[in-house]
Design a protein around this ligand. Structure first.
Ligand SMILES: NC(=O)c1ccc[n+]([C@@H]2O[C@H](COP(=O)([O-])OP(=O)(O)OC[C@H]3O[C@@H](n4cnc5c(N)ncnc54)[C@H](OP(=O)(O)O)[C@@H]3O)[C@@H](O)[C@H]2O)c1
Length: 247
């Protein structure tokens, strides 16, 4: 795939899935706006990698749950590259707890970053996309937003909210040449899945028809497909990347 002349903003690109989505787009010749909530050693490593490979990029530190930060991220993107053509709303957190014990802070922080962050970034992105009559918005949801999970009421609500938001946006902006889709990863090999004990991993693997966990590249490939011209007639959809876990 070739995204030459296109600019992609990937939120939460300092590690995990967002980092590999950003690298996949860079390898496909896109200009990349890298975002994370703060500067960190691991964000610096991503930046160094982009420098070493001479990928066109700009690093925009900012908290997606804060509108002022998001305006600054987009200002930096347009100063460097003109505008954002492809938005990948990937930044997300978990704060798991049973609802009886879940604090207001645990609820609010997950909704604010996962769901309001998606609203904040999409709101900034769509005006220039409309003017340009082309745009791609890809939201990272989760299978948990489809099936729920005990201890994750906040996370499940945020990810289900993203799915409703995706469909509403698809209907709002479709006639302007903008598609809006969601992907719902299942178990993706990450810091989170690596920390599970072996018994639990075995149990989860038994419920996955393809018999293995997914990779960050599996997610990046689907996101790139949805961002490409060959996916121009797909909007308002949720694509599960879960080895058949949920069907
Ligand atoms: N891993 C899985 O198995 C899985 C499954 C389904 C869905 N997902 C979804 O996929 C996305 C990425 O997951 P992951 O496993 O790669 O997570 P991760 O490794 O924890 O990375 C999360 C990223 O989000 C950033 N972030 C957190 N809060 C932010 C904020 N307020 N503003 C901007 N950036 C922020 C983090 O940057 P900092 O450096 O600033 O912390 C980091 O780059 C999430 O939306 C997650 O819900 C993951």
């Amino acid at each position: 795939m070739n995204f030459n002349q296109k600019t992609v903003l990937v939120t939460g690109a300092s590690r995990g899935i967002g980092k590999d989505i950003a690298i996949a787009f860079a390898k496909a010749k896109a200009n990349v706006v890298l975002n994370a909530s703060r500067m960190s050693d691991y964000f610096q490593e991503v930046i160094d990698y982009f420098e070493e490979n001479q990928f066109p990029y700009v690093a925009a530190v900012g908290d997606v749950s804060k509108q002022d930060d998001v305006k600054k991220i987009f200002a930096l993107a347009s100063e460097k590259f003109g505008q954002v053509d492809i938005l990948v709303n990937n930044a997300g957190i978990i704060r798991d707890n049973l609802l009886m014990r879940m604090s207001e802070e645990e609820w609010d922080s997950v909704i604010d970053i996962n769901l309001k962050g998606t609203y904040n970034c999409t709101k900034e992105a769509i005006r220039p996309m409309m003017k340009n009559k082309w745009g791609r918005i890809i939201n990272i949801s989760s299978v948990i937003g489809l099936i729920g999970n005990p201890g994750q009421a906040n996370y499940a609500a945020s990810k289900a909210g993203i799915i409703g938001f995706t469909k509403a946006m698809a209907k709002e902006v479709g006639k302007k040449g903008i598609t809006c889709n969601a992907v719902a990863p299942g178990f993706i090999i990450s810091d989170m899945t690596e920390s599970l004990n072996e018994d639990l991993k075995e149990k989860y693997l038994l419920s996955i028809p393809l018999g293995k966990f997914g990779t960050t590249l599996d997610v990046a490939n689907t996101v790139m497909f949805l961002a490409s011209d060959i996916a121009e007639y797909i909007t308002g959809q949720v694509i599960n990347i879960d080895g058949g876990l949920v069907m």
